[in-house]
Design a protein around this ligand. Structure first.
Ligand code: AHR
Length: 329
């Protein structure tokens, strides 16, 4: 065989192998729609609503996708039912935000047996069940807890409130018991507390990530003991409720009690501009575009990384007014 014809046939074979490989990896035929099921936990906060709308709008605008949305209204049994109905409908991919970390193993096993990949959005399942989901995209909740405590340390020092000796009494409004953000934010905050032996968490209770419960619990904290220097709230919604309780107790939020929370929603920016909230650590809910990219990559045969992070900042009264007009949620 002549050298040129050998090169020609080698090239043809190479092209064939590549195209067969690509065809085998792609999970959909050209023109076929991708069926996606999204199990959301509810609508407990401004953050959650922004997250839901980001996913729904992004997926609905894509002509290649059909999205089935299910709102669990904060009930795990509703979520399990929704996941089972997605499996019965033979969806191509499941997007899943877990209300709490545990209790989903059997249904995740069913999805795995049915060959349906599960992509976690925002809230993950516990470590022992992570073998049953493909990847998780969202925030580093432990780091958010650390960022809150680091910001607090700098602020108290700059204001001359913390001399490192006098006790700083902190109350904590925790998120939903057993949820990934509540577990991780508490953990990250306490990690940094180790550098501040005079900081003391005097009271800690769940406010379920809602404004009404945040208010109720803060009222109870204040009734029991007014000697509080700091409130650490696991989300803005609870902090906003607590601000009302602090005002009703005749104290000045942001001055008499320093308040640090997480999410950086618009309401928090307004409270910072009004001087009633001191800091909000950003947790980005706009995960729709990243989720869509992940679904498309997966369907075209690409391997997804085990963790897809979002990039986030920290805002306080020093930069809130400047950032507020550009906030999207
Ligand atoms: O899982 C993310 C948390 O859930 C957000 O911080 C909170 O606002 C939401 O309800």
């Amino acid at each position: 065989m002549k050298k040129w014809s050998r090169v020609f046939w080698m090239l043809v074979t190479f092209m064939l192998v590549v195209s067969v490989g690509l065809f085998a990896a792609a999970k959909k035929k050209p023109g076929e729609k991708i069926l996606v099921g999204f199990s959301q936990i509810g609508s407990e906060s401004e953050w959650r609503n922004a997250n839901t709308m980001s996913v729904i709008n992004t997926f609905n605008e894509d002509p290649d996708i059909i999205l089935i949305f299910s709102d669990a209204q904060q009930k795990q049994e509703n979520q399990i039912k929704a996941l089972r109905s997605f499996i019965a409908k033979k969806v191509d991919v499941i997007l899943f935000t877990a209300i709490v970390e545990t209790g989903y193993r059997p249904v995740l096993l069913e999805a795995k047996r049915a060959g349906i990949p599960v992509i976690m959005i925002d809230r993950d399942v516990c470590e022992a069940d992570r073998d049953l989901r493909l990847t998780i995209m969202g925030s580093d909740f432990v780091e958010e807890g650390r960022k809150s405590a680091r910001w607090l340390g700098d602020y108290l020092k700059k204001q001359g409130i913390d001399d490192g000796k006098k006790t700083i009494n902190i109350v904590e409004l925790q998120g939903t018991v057993g949820s990934a953000p509540a577990i991780d934010r508490a953990k990250g905050f306490r990690e940094i507390m180790k550098d501040h032996p005079n900081w003391k968490i005097t009271r800690s209770q769940t406010g379920n990530f809602t404004s009404s419960e945040g208010k109720q619990v803060m009222e109870a904290f204040l009734k029991a003991d007014k000697n509080i220097q700091v409130l650490f709230a696991h989300n803005d919604q609870m902090a906003l409720g607590a601000i009302q309780a602090i005002k009703e107790a005749g104290l000045k939020p942001g001055k008499d009690i320093i308040i640090v929370s997480i999410d950086a929603v618009k309401g928090a920016f307004e409270a910072m501009v009004a001087g009633e909230l001191n800091c909000s650590v950003e947790c980005n809910p706009l995960l729709g575009p990243q989720a869509l990219q992940a679904v498309k990559d997966l369907m075209s045969g690409k391997k997804l990384p085990p963790r897809i992070w979002t990039i986030e900042g920290v805002f306080d009264q020093g930069n809130a007014a400047e950032a507020l007009p550009t906030r999207q949620y």
